[in-house]
Design a protein around this ligand. Structure first.
Ligand SMILES: *Cc1c(COP(=O)(O)O)cnc(C)c1O
Length: 477
C-alpha cells in the first residue's frame, strides 16, 4: 500500500519488544482455506466512491481491500460449523437444529424460552411490539440504531441513561457502558414506573465504542428494577465480549471463565435479543429469549407472522446449527482473548502514533474520533463520514460512520440529532484478518491523519426516511 509497510511493522515490533518479559501469544486456530483480496488503484477508488455517494455502505465489496465496515455477519466460520451445516435438518417444523440452538442458548445464556429470528432486528421488532405500549419510555445505555428504531416504531420514546463518561471519547473508565442509576431513578420519579416499558441494556455499548457494563452495575440495576416492578431486557449481541472485560477488570472475576461470567450476567435480566452475526461467529441469524411463559406465548405467536414458524424464525436449519456450534466456540476464553487482543493491537498502534481514538479500546472495533481528527469540519458537514471516505481513498479500507448521519433526526422536531460522539468505526471481523492487515490499516489511518488539514467536509444530497446512514448520499463541499 504505502510502500513502507515492512519498515513500520519492524518499528512496531521494536516498540512492543521493549516491554520487558513480553511473551507473544497467537490465535487459537490455523487457516485452512483462503479468499484472495483485490486491490484497485486510487483512480478507480475515486470513481467507486463518487458512484457510492461518499457512503461506504454503497460501495461494492469487490472494490474494497480490507473490509472493516462491520463485524456483523463477516466472521469466518470454523470447520466444525461448516460440517454442522452439511448435516443439518431442513424440515419446515421441528428441525433438530432448532433444538440444538435452543439448548445452546439455554446452556450458555441461561434463558428459559428461545425464539429464532432472521437476525437481531427481527428479534428487536418482536420484543418492541410486545413489551412497549405507545407513549411509554424505554431507558437504555445509549441508543443503537435498529434497537431505537423498533422501539420508536412501537410508540416508545428512547431515553439515554448511560453514565456521562460514555459521551466523552477521551475519558478512561473501565465500564463506560454502565447505566447511571441516578438518571434512571430520576426518569422513573418523573414519569412513574408504569410509563417505563422496560430497561434496554446492551452488553458492550456499540455506539460508545464497544464499552462494557460491569457485573456490579447489572446487579444494582436488577435491584432497582425489582423495587419499581420494571423488566430488564438485554441486547446480548456482544455480551461475550462484555464478559471478557469483566474478567479482566472487575474484582472477583479474574478466575472465572467467560462462560460463567456470561451466564451470571444474563441471570440478572428477564430476557434478551441477539444478533448472532456478532459474537456467535455466523453470517446470519439471531434469537429472542425470555423467562416469562406468558410473554413467550405471545412472542411465539407473533414470530409466525413476521419471521416464520417458531422452530425456524426465518433461518435455514443449517443456519441454526452454525449458531449453536458458534455459541459454544464463542465463549472459549482463548478465542475471546485473541479476538479482543487483535482489536487492541490496532488500537495500541494508533495510540503510539497519538491518533485520536475512543479510550479505552473496546471489544469489537477501534473508533476514530472524527471531531479531533477534523476540528475544522463542523458536525453538520459530517466529519466522521468524511473520514470514512478519506480512508477508502487512501488505501481501499472500508470503515463506517457512527456520528451525526447514524444518529438521524429527532422524531418530534425533525432536526438532526447531534451526538457528542462523532466517530468512524474500524470494526474487526472475527477470525478473518491477520496482524499484518492491522499494520496496513494503522498506517493508512496515519497517512489520512497527516493529510487532515486539507480535508473538507460533505453535504448530504439524498436522505432516506428510515435509518438514513445505510443509503444516504453525499457530495464533497
Ligand atoms: C447489529 C446489532 C443489532 C441488530 O442486529 P442485526 O443482526 O444487524 O439485525 C442490535 N444491537 C446491536 C448492539 C447490534 O450491534
Amino acid at each position: 500500500m504505502s510502500g513502507n509497510g515492512a519498515f513500520m511493522t519492524s518499528r512496531t515490533l521494536q516498540t512492543i519488544g521493549q516491554q520487558v518479559g513480553r511473551r507473544s501469544w497467537a490465535e487459537p486456530w490455523k487457516i485452512k482455506m483462503v479468499e484472495p483480496l483485490r486491490m484497485i488503484s486510487r483512480e478507480e477508488r475515486e470513481v467507486a466512491l463518487n458512484e457510492a455517494g461518499y457512503n461506504t455502505f454503497l460501495l461494492r465489496s469487490d472494490d474494497v481491500y480490507i473490509d472493516l465496515l462491520t463485524d456483523s455477519g463477516t466472521s469466518a466460520m470454523s470447520d466444525r460449523q461448516w460440517a454442522g451445516m452439511m448435516v443439518a435438518d431442513e424440515a419446515y417444523a421441528g428441525s433438530r437444529n432448532f433444538y440444538h440452538l435452543e439448548e445452546a442458548v439455554h446452556r450458555y445464556y441461561g434463558y428459559q424460552f428461545v425464539i429464532p429470528t432472521h437476525q437481531g432486528r427481527g428479534a428487536e421488532h418482536l420484543i418492541s411490539r410486545v413489551a412497549i405500549e405507545p407513549g411509554q419510555f424505554v431507558p437504555g445505555n445509549m441508543y443503537f440504531t435498529t434497537t431505537r428504531h423498533h422501539q420508536e416504531l412501537a410508540g416508545g420514546t428512547f431515553v439515554d441513561v448511560i453514565i456521562d463518561e460514555a459521551h466523552d471519547a477521551a475519558v478512561i473508565h473501565p465500564f463506560k457502558g454502565n447505566v447511571d442509576l441516578d438518571k434512571l431513578e430520576a426518569l422513573i420519579a418523573r414519569e412513574g414506573a408504569a410509563r417505563i416499558a422496560y430497561v434496554s441494556l446492551a452488553g458492550t455499548v456499540n455506539m460508545a465504542g464497544g464499552q462494557p457494563v460491569s457485573m456490579a452495575n447489572v446487579k444494582a440495576l436488577r435491584a432497582l428494577c425489582d423495587r419499581h416492578g420494571i423488566k430488564l431486557y438485554l441486547d446480548a449481541t456482544r455480551m461475550v465480549e462484555n464478559a471478557f472485560f469483566i474478567q479482566e477488570r472487575e474484582e472477583g472475576y479474574a478466575d472465572r471463565s467467560i462462560a460463567a461470567i456470561l451466564f451470571e450476567f444474563c441471570g440478572y435480566t428477564d430476557g434478551a435479543w441477539m444478533s448472532a452475526k456478532k459474537d456467535s461467529l455466523v453470517n446470519i441469524g439471531g434469537w429472542l429469549a425470555i423467562n416469562d411463559p406468558v410473554m413467550f406465548e405471545e412472542l411465539r405467536n407473533l414470530v409466525v407472522v413476521f419471521e416464520g414458524l417458531h422452530t425456524y424464525g426465518g433461518l435455514a436449519g443449517r443456519d441454526m446449527e452454525a449458531i449453536a456450534i458458534g455459541i459454544a466456540e464463542s465463549v472459549q476464553d482463548d478465542h475471546v482473548r485473541s479476538r479482543i487482543g487483535q482489536v487492541r493491537y490496532l488500537g495500541d498502534l494508533l495510540n503510539i502514533w497519538r491518533i485520536p481514538i475512543v479510550q479505552p479500546v473496546g471489544g469489537h472495533a477501534v473508533f476514530l474520533d472524527a471531531r479531533e481528527f477534523y476540528p475544522h469540519v463542523p458536525q453538520v458537514e459530517f466529519p466522521a463520514q468524511t473520514l470514512a471516505a478519506e480512508l477508502y481513498l487512501d488505501s481501499g479500507i472500508r470503515s463506517m460512520e457512527r456520528g451525526v448521519a447514524s444518529a438521524g433526526r429527532d422524531a418530534a422536531t425533525g432536526n438532526h440529532h447531534f451526538p457528542r460522539l462523532e466517530l468512524t468505526r474500524l470494526a474487526i471481523p472475527r477470525r478473518v484478518y491477520t496482524q499484518a492487515h492491522m499494520d496496513v490499516v494503522a498506517e493508512s489511518v496515519r497517512a489520512v491523519y497527516q493529510a487532515r488539514a486539507e480535508t473538507r467536509g460533505l453535504r448530504m444530497v439524498y436522505e432516506p426516511k428510515y435509518l438514513r446512514f445505510f443509503q444516504a448520499k453525499f457530495e464533497r463541499l
